[in-house]
Design a protein around this ligand. Structure first.
Ligand code: EPU
Length: 329
């Protein structure tokens, strides 16, 4: 365990917000968690890729535990346990290099493995919940390590028990995945279908390459332009609302989803004329309207002001309330 005082966090959050924390605790072995003196206001930091820091923080626990281990295998599957501080994409690459199936659609998502279950990361028709077998965590109150199997994690679209009920009560320490040795492709997402066209004999490595190529055209590189991926969740509306919107906007994209119909929030924002819109040094990304970006030196307040502005404009125009996806601290 390494403790630093008054640590600057700019390079540790992908939005590149310049903020400090009073106490910064780096953990390289999960057993060190037993010795942490938790304050009543702490933040667990992994890749800092789904985070907007709005104030000076009291205590940051920086989880850097590493390790990928094969737990067991059959002729069909392989069970792999990954420590929370591993980079998510390192794990995805490891899995496709072993010719496994299940993680490839989730290639190139920034952040750590420990963060993945919290908001049930998803992309290109796949979600982390589809391959998670169980999640191990440290319970801050009891100081015990516990394991929740997939069903107990209450996974939903960009949500889980860890994001709400267990927030600030536990620290995810490792995730165990079940990946398939048998070829199981998930190419239903439009962008992938188009990418492959008539191509045959597609492997998980090909899917990974395709996803990386598609992501690079739409999502800003956090090393160049600060951002935290999708700032908002996609909107879920009831059928009646969808019909109302369809009558006014016949080309509105929508998908059937749990709890109603999913409408891409990026479409709503673009239709509201806000793609590329700027407020101070903060902006709506000009290549993808779901992403807010730091054009350089933006404050969290500028980003929050912009997000409120976008939310209100979308509500005024469409009567749809959109919600933030990013963790605001
Ligand atoms: N669209 C627009 N304008 C834009 C961008 C998109 O109108 O500027 C519309 C288009 O109709 C497009 C649709 O939105 O077909 C969907 O866009 P896209 O496929 O890029 O996906 P998304 O729904 O905007 C979600 C995830 C992304 C993930 C992509 C790809 C959420 C909140 N976001 O975005 O995840 O990469 O699907 O599967 O569900 C993230 O969570 O940080 C993230 C990047």
């Amino acid at each position: 365990m390494k403790i630093e005082k008054n640590k600057i966090l700019t390079s540790l959050n992908t939005f590149k917000i310049k903020e400090y924390c009073e106490e910064f605790i780096k953990i390289e072995d999960k057993k060190e968690l037993l010795n942490v003196d938790f304050t009543d206001d702490f933040l667990i930091l992994g890749g800092g890729s789904n985070l907007l820091i709005t104030k000076r923080l009291k205590q940051v626990i920086f989880l850097q535990t590493k390790g990928i281990k094969i737990i067991s295998e059959t002729s069909d599957d392989m069970i792999i346990k990954v420590e929370a501080g591993e980079e998510w994409d390192h794990f995805v690459k490891y899995s496709v290099d072993k010719n496994l199936y299940g993680a490839e659609n989730l290639s190139f998502i920034p952040g750590t493995v420990g963060a993945a279950p919290i908001q049930n990361i998803g992309a290109y028709g796949a979600e982390a919940k589809d391959i998670i077998q169980d999640v191990e965590f440290f319970n801050i109150t009891t100081k015990q390590f516990e394991v929740f199997e997939n069903k107990k994690c209450n996974f939903e679209y960009r949500s889980s028990i860890f994001k709400y009920e267990l927030k600030n009560k536990i620290i995810i320490t490792s995730v165990t995945f079940k990946l398939s040795k048998l070829k199981k492709l998930n190419l239903q997402y439009g962008g992938l279908t188009q990418y492959f066209g008539e191509k045959k004999n597609i492997t998980s490595i090909d899917v990974r390459d395709a996803v990386i190529a598609i992501r690079e055209t739409k999502l800003p590189n956090t090393d160049i332009i600060g951002n935290s991926g999708s700032f908002f969740k996609n909107a879920i509306v009831p059928e009646q609302k969808l019909c109302e919107l369809k009558a006014k906007y016949p080309n509105i994209p929508f998908f059937k989803a749990a709890g109603g119909f999913k409408i891409p929030t990026a479409w709503l924002i673009e239709k509201a004329g806000l793609k590329g819109f700027k407020h101070g040094n903060a902006g709506v990304y000009n290549k993808h309207a779901l992403i807010l970006v730091n054009h350089g030196g933006a404050t969290a307040q500028e980003i929050l002001y912009l997000s409120d502005y976008v939310e209100n404009k979308v509500f005024e125009l469409f009567g749809v309330r959109i919600n933030k996806e990013v963790n605001i601290v």
